[in-house]
Design a protein around this ligand. Sequence first.
Ligand code: ZDP
Length: 279
Amino acid sequence: MGIEFTKYHGLGNDFILIDNRSSSEPKVTPEQAVKFCDRHFGIGADGVIFAMPGQDGTDYTMRIFNSDGSEPEMCGNGIRCLGKFLADLEGKSTQETQYRIHTLAGVMTPHIKPDGKVTVDMGMPGLLAEEIPTTLGAPNEKVIAQPLEVADATWLVTCVSMGNPHCITFVEDVAAIPLEKIGPQFEHHPVFPKRTNTEFIQVVRPDYLKMRVWERGAGITLACGTGACATVVAGVLTGKSDRIATVELPGGCLEIEWSEIDQRVYMTGPAERVFAGQI
Ligand code: ZDP
């Protein structure tokens, strides 16, 4: 008997979803996840996500393996996909539903709307250097537009944690960034002890930002939900963006709000089922 899976994507950031509701032990090992994510020898995906029993009063637990087998704390596009997957499993896909999900980055709440989009309360961002974590600056200070040497150039980076680490750089033209070359150098830079996700942002208008991402453990992806959230936070901290903004990624757009009222970040975007199978 093979392992049953369902493929979902959020703006082309694609995941293998596993119904792991009967056990708190993942049905797939990190080594298997690497093979399943392979686009030529496997199913093809940016990560594997497990729907597991809840803990501490939550409805479910999410765990995720990146396509390199590492385990991130959180995944924004992934949690929208998980919300849809759970609604599909429970036969609730056409109604409005909400789940409280335990993650390594705290409790997240995806809310599935009647129009099919999913809004997620992503919690409050971490802004202190020790929360990212990064050694760029004093542990209890924010890292806003700090110089960082990468590939013989100086970049002004702003760091934000959405549960996972993000390093954001505002540039004139995102299309001109040699992401494949410099992405890994940011990811593995010694100032990021847990490595980092890396986003390059072009401000089209304060309420419309264009982003390209190099993800920790996954490389270039078409979208990154936590990255889009971190970007708007960085935009507000540097005075470059509004608190409510559209972030355009190669795979499409996300609507992000960093609420002035509760300081939490809200992300809205699509999540779609593609196919199911056995491997
Ligand atoms: O932090 C990491 O290691 C990321 N690769 C996790 C995945 C993030 C994701 N792209 C998102 O949408 O937040 C899934």
